[in-house]
Design a protein around this ligand. Structure first.
Ligand code: ADP
Ligand code: MG
Length: 657
């Protein structure tokens, strides 16, 4: 079967089903005992018609027309009249449905929906009643004098059908209940049936207003089972009211003629059902508003939480949009770069780079557009022009259509680490160079020493003046070579310029590099900075000196201890300067080792040591015109080592060379 044929089949089935239900509802309407010439005071079929047109669409109108025709075709009225009535009862709901389309969509959850149902729902019944009652009059089924009231009852009966059935059809979902709630619904139904039975049957309680004694049950339905509950409760009450009034029982008989009974009862049904529906709609609206408020509160809490995370993290968070414009930076990110977040918003990351890095950054961002997530080192230009090195972890964002809409990058400041790494790399080179220099001088100096000795012995031999002059010359040249070779030992001097710097920050920088190890071995750092410690030094070399001393102290305190860093002024020297002390609570140094400490390659750490740390430190300190000394204690419980460095404030001319 083709798709179209199948669709047509479904539509025919829909229409036939509607016809069948309409027919059944029509038969119920006609069964109402005081139905007079096919005019019923309660016409549920009108609700079925409007409900199915709104749920399935206007296309099911043939089903309604068929059902409507069949309902009247089985009554004594002529078929032509039945056909005319069918036209009226189809046209009315179709017009009403066309007007309500888009305005009233299942399920009913707002008061506005009920208002639409009231304001536009009456148009259908008015059309159906006008055409229907007129047709009956034309067919001689009702008298001219009875036409107006028949039309009224018809229209009102249709309208009640709409009020009772459309909300029920729309809100079937309200009856998807758990077991305890089903029990409650059953209880409500029992109360309604028993109450109705009592009120409409008991002659003791006759009196029109007593009908409203059932209102609390309708309210129960509305409060606990929403629109569906209100509609169902009203339907039960209405059914009873119609049936019993028609049988000549109940409170509505107090009003003279039959017509009056009917109208009083119709008003009762309208008031009861609309009160229930409105109440249920208001409650549904409130429930929805409460849910929305709760959702909003949850959302706000979540947002607050995320904001807290983003603002308190030690990482810089940076978000850009599809055009690489900054849409968000956290306070930490801005602080890293020396800006305020407001100054960064709307600007591109390129504005925070050194010109030579821009091309690389553009390539990075292009990669991001391709969806690449990555982690890498990057360099920014801070507001004051200095460098910020960061480890950047970036991920792109895409819209649901796959378009690049921005990216998020997390930054960790690694400037210090990077600088320390650089220093360490330099030190590494220095150490290698030192080792090379030491071995060369060792290899060369020994034979030279031998040659010098031989020349000395040669000079003691008898020889002529010419020969003595040659030997003296050779000796002089050899001594020169020896001096050169010795000087190479000192060739690993730092190229960086010396500047007047305070020592405590350099110490802090250096110690921060060992933070992890210090913590891991449970070593406490005590800073005792008694002076600003301003001296003319090369920062890199000083870092190297301190690094060597601190790493030795760490090696000596594998089981924890205290590392004390002290800086003080020293005035009572030949010339004033600064004293730096690096003190540990390690095991101390045996006396036998003391005299070898500053020798190259002297180490007591066979696998990890190089024996160059103290030697290099001494070389550097002496190059600065200073001195390094050591004292150590080995008494158990009071052991430790203190290295003490003196650096003169004004460096003697010979030391700078
Ligand atoms: P390395 O550390 O590579 O062995 P160093 O020149 O730094 O070379 O130190 C030489 C030796 O001096 C070390 O092997 C160690 O025996 C001793 N030493 C240095 N500092 C300390 C200290 N703070 N406590 C105990 N021993 C030390
Ligand atoms: Mg060492």
């Amino acid at each position: 079967m083709s798709w179209d044929a199948r669709k047509a089949g479904v539509r025919v089935a829909e229409s036939l089903a509607v016809a069948a239900i309409y027919f059944a509802a029509g038969r119920v309407g006609l069964a109402v005992p005081f139905t007079n010439a096919n005019v019923s005071p309660l016409w549920p079929a009108a609700g079925i018609a409007l409900g199915s047109l709104l749920i399935f669409g206007l296309r099911v109108w043939p089903g309604i027309a068929l059902g409507a025709f069949l309902v009247d075709a089985f009554t004594p009225i002529p078929h032509l009249t039945a056909m005319l009535i069918a036209i009226g009862t189809t046209l009315g709901p179709v017009v009403a449905a066309a007007l309500l389309r888009g305005k009233l969509v299942p399920p009913i959850q707002r008061l506005t929906d009920i208002r639409h149902l009231i304001l536009l729902g009456w148009i259908g019944p008015a059309i159906s009643a006008s055409i229907g009652a007129s047709s009956l009059w034309l067919a001689g089924q009702i008298s001219g004098s009875g036409l107006a009231s028949a039309m009224g009852i018809w229209a009102f009966g249709d309208l009640l059908g709409v009020f009772l059935l459309v909300p029920l059809l729309f809100n079937v979902q309200d009856f998807k209940l758990t077991r305890p709630r089903l029990v409650e619904l059953g209880l409500l139904m029992i109360c309604l049936l028993a109450g109705s039975e009592l009120l409409f049957r008991q002659s003791a309680v006759t009196g029109a207003v007593f009908g409203f004694l059932l209102l609390p049950f309708v309210i129960w339905g509305a409060v606990r089972f929403s629109i569906g509950g209100a509609a169902l409760a009203s339907l039960v009450v209405s059914g009873f009211a119609v049936w019993e009034t028609a049988r000549g029982e109940g409170p509505f008989l107090a009003y003279g003629t039959l017509i009056h009974h009917v109208q009083a009862m119709q008003v009762f049904i309208a008031v009861t059902s609309l009160s229930g529906l409105c109440l249920a709609a208001v409650i549904a609206e409130r429930t929805k508003a409460e849910a929305a408020l709760a959702r909003e509160a949850r959302l706000r809490r979540a947002q607050e939480q995320y904001r807290n995370i983003v603002e308190t993290t030690n990482d810089g968070v940076w978000m850009i949009d599809g055009d690489f414009r900054t849409t968000f930076v956290n306070a930490r990110m801005a602080e890293m770069l020396g800006y305020t977040p407001a100054e960064m918003l709307g600007r591109q990351p390129f504005d925070f780079l050194f010109p030579e890095d821009v091309a690389r950054k553009q390539a990075d961002l292009e990669r991001r557009k391709q969806g690449v997530r990555e982690v890498f080192y990057t360099r920014y230009r801070k507001k004051d022009g200095s460098e910020l090195w960061a480890v950047l972890s970036a991920s792109p964002f895409f819209s649901s259509k796959g378009k690049f809409v921005g990216a998020l990058a997390m930054h960790s400041d690694v400037t210090l680490l990077r600088k320390t790494e650089e220093t360490l790399r330099r030190n590494e080179k220095l150490i290698t160079a030192g080792r090379l220099a030491a071995s060369i001088s060792h290899e060369v100096n020994n034979p030279l020493e031998a040659v010098i000795n031989l020349l000395y012995l040669l000079k003691l031999q008898p020889m002529n003046d010419q020969s003595r002059q040659y030997v003296t010359l050779a000796e002089k040249e050899i001594l020169r070579v020896s001096a050169i070779s010795k000087r190479t030992l000192g060739f690993f001097r730092d190229q960086s310029a010396r500047t007047e710097l305070p020592l405590p920050p350099i110490l802090d920088d250096t110690v921060s590099f060992y933070e992890h190890e210090l913590a891991a071995h449970g070593v406490k750092v005590v800073r005792d900075y008694r002076a600003q410690g301003l001296v003319l030094v090369s920062q890199g070399e000083m870092q190297q000196v301190f690094a060597n001393l601190i790493s030795n102290a760490l090696d000596a305190m594998k089981d924890g201890g205290q590392l004390t860093l002290r800086v003080s002024e020293e005035a009572d020297h030949d010339h004033p300067g600064v004293r730096v002390e690096v003190e540990d609570t390690g095991a101390g140094i045996p006396d036998s080792d003391m005299e070898h400490l500053f020798e190259p390659f002297f180490t007591t750490k066979p696998s990890t040591g190089t024996g160059l740390g103290l030697w290099v430190a001494k070389e550097i300190v002496e190059k600065h015109g200073g001195a390094i000394t050591v004292c150590s204690q080995r008494e158990p419980g009071n052991s430790g080592t203190q290295f003490s460095i003196f650096l003169p404030r004004a460096v003697a001319a010979h030391a700078v060379a």
